[in-house]
Design a protein around this ligand. Structure first.
Ligand code: PEP
Ligand code: MN
Length: 270
């Protein structure tokens, strides 16, 4: 039991500036949206996500892609719409009233992203980027820290400690799958990670930090998203972050795991 991290309480209550009359909690927090901001459609998507029961819209304006060049040749999109994507997220936020969750990949992006994001997403690739964790720790924007695909329980607690000691108490851990499931690849080529469900009770026993489960990256395959969402909530996850798209197969990034809005609505309302 890590007494020190236990003494560093994360706030269950979320201080979000988007809607002064509402109080948000990580518990029952429902985040959804496409992997990336793909264009002006994000404004309509935000409304649809809201109609499905979401409290926040997720979409990356800056996307760290495993293959930065070879996979995406449709001119101009390379690793996200960047500034244009952030502007679109601003509009989506204004029209829908949803909180915005979007990735900050680097300390140099913090100021720019904080103008739009209600919650900073730290991606799995930056889970142990200590400079970045220290900086968001000094910020007052809540943080969703995605687990590194390699990370042990100790390393998760240590990364959280780093943000909490900076003074930012508004954090949640996002479990998003870990390495170790090549056995599925023959039949399910899009499966890259193994769902990390047991980490939910393990974290609950060691810290009060809220847990948001990501059934999209942890499965890599849309048909498994409803079952893994249900399992995560059943064993104690506080909330979910799910990739959804109006035309899932046409998603620019992560098409195989994106679900449609009908499925999303069912997951959020079951
Ligand atoms: C994402 O949420 O789209 C993403 C890139 O996730 P991760 O950092 O977990 O790979
Ligand atoms: Mn994604």
């Amino acid at each position: 039991m890590n007494k020190f991290i236990k003494s560093l309480k994360s706030q269950g209550k979320l201080n979000l500036s988007i809607n002064k009359s509402s109080t948000f909690h990580w518990e029952h927090f429902k985040i959804a949206g496409p992997c990336s901001v793909e264009g002006p459609d994000i404004i309509k998507i935000a409304q649809e996500i809201k109609n499905c029961g979401a409290t926040a819209l997720r979409a990356g304006a800056y996307k760290p892609c495993t293959f930065p060049v070879t996979k995406y040749k449709n001119g101009g999109w390379k690793e996200g719409l960047k500034k244009e994507g952030l502007e679109l997220l601003k509009e989506a936020k204004k029209s829908s009233g949803l909180a915005i969750v979007t990735e900050v990949m680097d300390v140099r992006m913090i100021d720019e992203i904080s103008e739009v994001a209600d919650i900073f997403q730290i991606g799995t690739r930056n889970f142990q980027n200590y400079t970045l964790l220290d900086e968001v720790g000094k910020h007052n924007t809540p943080v969703l820290l995605k687990r590194g695909t390699w990370a042990t329980l100790d390393e998760i607690l240590g990364a959280c400690e780093r943000i909490l000691v900076g003074g930012n108490k508004n954090i949640a851990i996002c479990l998003r799958g870990v390495v170790g499931m090549p056995s599925y690849r023959h039949i399910y080529p899009s499966i890259r990670w193994a769902p990390d469900l047991m980490m939910i009770p393990a974290l609950k026993e060691n810290t009060n930090i809220p847990i948001i489960y990501d059934p999209s990256h942890s499965t890599g395959y849309r048909n498994f998203v409803p079952a893994i969402s249900k399992a995560a909530i059943a064993i104690g996850a506080d909330g979910l972050i799910i990739e959804a798209h109006p035309n899932p197969d046409k998603s620019i990034s992560d098409p195989d795991q994106a679900i449609d809005f009908k499925t999303l609505k069912k997951i959020f309302n079951d």
